[in-house]
Design a protein around this ligand. Structure first.
Ligand SMILES: *[C@@H]1O[C@H](CO)[C@@H](O)[C@H](O)[C@H]1NC(C)=O
Ligand SMILES: *[C@@H]1O[C@H](CO)[C@@H](O)[C@H](O)[C@H]1NC(C)=O
Ligand SMILES: *[C@@H]1O[C@H](CO)[C@@H](O)[C@H](O)[C@H]1NC(C)=O
Ligand SMILES: *[C@@H]1O[C@H](CO)[C@@H](O)[C@H](O)[C@H]1NC(C)=O
Ligand SMILES: *[C@@H]1O[C@H](CO)[C@@H](O)[C@H](O)[C@H]1NC(C)=O
Ligand SMILES: *[C@@H]1O[C@H](CO)[C@@H](O)[C@H](O)[C@H]1NC(C)=O
Length: 216
């Protein structure tokens, strides 16, 4: 009875002591397991912090890099070309101008209506109208505009240059334009961007083909 009473009276302490004494080996295993668990947590936290830092760097260095979209004229086919003579130099030229707005940003570029001016020797010979629109996230907006260029408005001092160009069989043209808009990244970060077009092209009057086209 006394023993039983003692046993009944002491269980928490004796059991506690007995366990720690008897299960000294399992306890070391417990410690080992705890240590491993702590290690896992530490590695997990470090990995998480590294992930966060990499994510933040990616965000700042890649996504938040606002770049001006590229604004240019792509290669095209001349539809009609009529030229005057060297004595009476003139030209009429029509084609579908493939205007391209290449947006490499991580968000859309919304731009205002604009124009592209085609010039010969710095004098405007035609114009393409660019309606207000947008170039989507990492994509190229394609705008095809019918353009007619004519030398009717060229001043007389450009006449002789055109005459020699026509006898050489090539007409050099330029196209300039400015596209003003706003890039929006992640639906909230906005930045104004302006894209400039500055292209030159040479048109072969005998083949009626665009011989060279380059944009800055
Ligand atoms: C170009 O077009 C204008 C007006 O349409 C015309 O008067 C002129 O004769 C044309 N020139 C040529 C070379 O076709
Ligand atoms: C451009 O010209 C072609 C014919 O050359 C015509 O079919 C087309 O509808 C025109 N496009 C525009 C936008 O005027
Ligand atoms: C260009 O020269 C031709 C021939 O000399 C002349 O007939 C024509 O009127 C001139 N054009 C201009 C715009 O002066
Ligand atoms: C125009 O193109 C033809 C055929 O490719 C070529 O023989 C000629 O040299 C070109 N003209 C000029 C001015 O480059
Ligand atoms: C036209 O452009 C070509 C190159 O594209 C160049 O070699 C040539 O000198 C230019 N001609 C004129 C009259 O500017
Ligand atoms: C366009 O590019 C030409 C060279 O091809 C350069 O001489 C000219 O200054 C440029 N114009 C603008 C407005 O940037």
């Amino acid at each position: 009875m006394a023993e039983k009473n003692q046993n009944q009276y002491h269980p928490p302490e004796s059991n506690g002591y007995h366990r720690s004494d008897q299960e000294s080996v399992p306890t070391m295993e417990d410690e080992e397991a705890k240590r491993k668990k702590r290690m896992k947590w530490t590695i997990g936290i470090i990995a998480f912090v590294i992930f966060q830092v990499v994510q933040a760097l990616f965000f700042v260095l890649v996504i938040m890099k606002f770049k001006s979209p590229k604004f240019r004229v792509a290669e095209f086919d001349v539809q009609t070309l009529t030229t005057g003579t060297q004595a009476s130099p003139s030209f009429n030229l029509s084609f579908v101008a493939p205007i391209r707005v290449k947006n490499t940003n991580w968000g859309p570029f919304k731009y205002d209506a604009s124009t592209v001016d085609f010039t010969y020797e710095g004098v405007q010979v035609g114009q393409a109208i660019i309606p207000k629109s947008k170039a989507n996230f990492k994509s190229t907006k394609k705008i095809n505009v019918n353009v007619t260029l004519s030398s009717v408005n060229l001043p007389s001092d450009v006449n002789s240059t055109l005459g020699s160009d026509l006898s050489a069989g090539v007409i050099n043209l330029s196209s300039q334009g400015e596209l003003r808009g706003k890039v929006t990244v992640m639906f909230m970060f906005k930045k104004r961007k302006t894209s400039l077009m500055n292209c030159t092209m040479a048109i072969n009057t005998s083949t009626k083909a665009v011989q060279s086209l380059s944009c800055q």
